[in-house]
Design a protein around this ligand. Structure first.
Ligand SMILES: *Cc1c(COP(=O)(O)O)cnc(C)c1O
Length: 373
């Protein structure tokens, strides 16, 4: 019998068998020739890493157990105790929690760089500074970083540029092509795309960094399981189509909200009034992503009314699934920021974030109209 599956089966095994000592020697002598133990490598996690690597145009990648594990692996690629990192002030709350609460404890310090100063890092750089961490499109205010300028600023000071590309996806922007050293993802979001898996990935521009990443993934135990890898690979096959639909719908929702009297402001790079609209268009192939935020009055009752009335945007503090959802940065993703950080970013009780799905857009607009009415 010749079984030749079209799709990679799920290798739901923690370990692989060897006939004898020669076979195990082959594993060590010829890297990539066989598998040993799934934490070190598994056909499913390798398939995911290679798929994300291809999308991002890298020299190698590692699939991780979450987006947080991806950020941790990326930082450890370049940092050790005594080092210092720069981080864009507009950053995912979990990244801030990792830097403020945990890496500080391990002797890796962090300073936050305001958005406007990301291209002139001089005042923030110390002799121990190793890298800048930023997001292509920030969460939750959708500010767009000019990656070429950020990479140039990093090069000037001998820093590595690490880009969290979760919100943009490589359909819009490939950070490595703009000069980044590492691009990372919460695969949980658009890459997997169906809100049914927690996963991450980091892609390196150079083979040496890719080797370091794989070593860190294996030894710190950050690598991804076969089943989650398989689900992510399946999701990734429709990435281009899904992202195009997310972008079309988000633009229509942003335009609708911008014209609604109950809405005080809309943050979406696809609106001509967005401060980085031209940059977003150029850096994102004319696409602006599926995420947006908007401002209701700073009154929890108004936010609660919207959340209870909306049927198509359930309050579910994640994003990027094919089904729409809404979230509340102050109460969820950005809880870990300091009061000063939140105040500076304008993350107040009235700020609501939407993850616009791929449903028929007329249904989404009708739902928003009645929820805000
Ligand atoms: C969700 C998210 C993360 C963390 O990813 P997990 O898969 O939840 O660990 C990191 N960065 C961004 C921008 C995110 O949205």
């Amino acid at each position: 019998m010749n079984i030749t599956p079209k799709i990679t089966p799920i290798y739901q095994t923690s370990v692989f068998k060897f006939d004898d000592l020669d076979a195990v020697q082959q594993y060590f002598d010829e890297p990539g020739s066989r598998y040993l133990y799934s934490r070190n490598g598994n056909p499913n996690s390798d398939e995911l890493a290679e798929a994300v690597n291809r999308w991002e145009g890298g020299a190698g990648a590692v699939a991780t157990g979450s987006g947080m594990a991806a950020i941790f692996a990326a930082l450890l690629t370049y940092c050790q105790a005594g080092d210092h990192v720069l981080c864009a002030a507009d950053i995912y709350g979990g990244s801030a929690a990792l830097l403020n609460g945990e890496l500080a404890r391990l002797g890796i310090g962090a300073s936050y760089v305001p958005f406007e100063e990301l291209y002139a890092l001089g005042p923030y750089v110390r002799p121990t500074t190793k890298l800048l961490l930023c997001e292509t499109m920030s969460n939750p205010l959708l500010r767009v970083v000019d990656l070429r300028r950020a990479a140039a600023a990093c090069r000037q000071h001998g820093l590595k540029l690490v880009v969290d590309n979760t919100f943009s996806t490589p359909v819009l922007t490939k950070p490595l092509a703009h000069g980044a050293d590492l691009a990372l993802h919460s695969v949980t979001k658009y890459l997997a795309g169906h809100s049914d898996v927690t996963a991450g990935a980091v892609v390196a521009r150079t083979p040496d960094d890719a080797d370091r990443l794989r070593q860190i993934g294996t030894v710190f135990g950050l690598t991804l399981s076969p089943m989650e890898s398989w689900l992510s690979v399946r999701g990734l096959k429709t990435l281009r189509l899904r992202v195009a639909a997310h972008c079309d719908n988000a633009l229509a929702v942003a335009e609708f909200l911008a014209g609604h009297p109950a809405v005080q402001a809309v943050y979406y790079p696809g609106l001509p009034a967005h401060p980085q609209h031209a940059l977003a268009a150029a850096q994102g192939q004319g696409l602006f992503g599926g995420m947006l935020s908007f401002r209701l009055p700073d009154d929890a009752a108004a936010v609660n009314r919207f959340m209870r009335r909306s049927a198509r945007f359930p309050f579910a503090p994640s994003l990027a699934g094919v089904d729409s959802s809404c979230s509340h940065p102050l109460h969820t993703s950005h809880r870990a920021l300091t009061d000063a950080q939140r105040a500076e970013l304008g993350i107040t009780v009235g700020l609501v974030r939407l993850s616009v799905g791929i449903e028929p857009v007329a249904e989404l607009l009708a739902d928003l109209a009645q929820a805000l009415g």
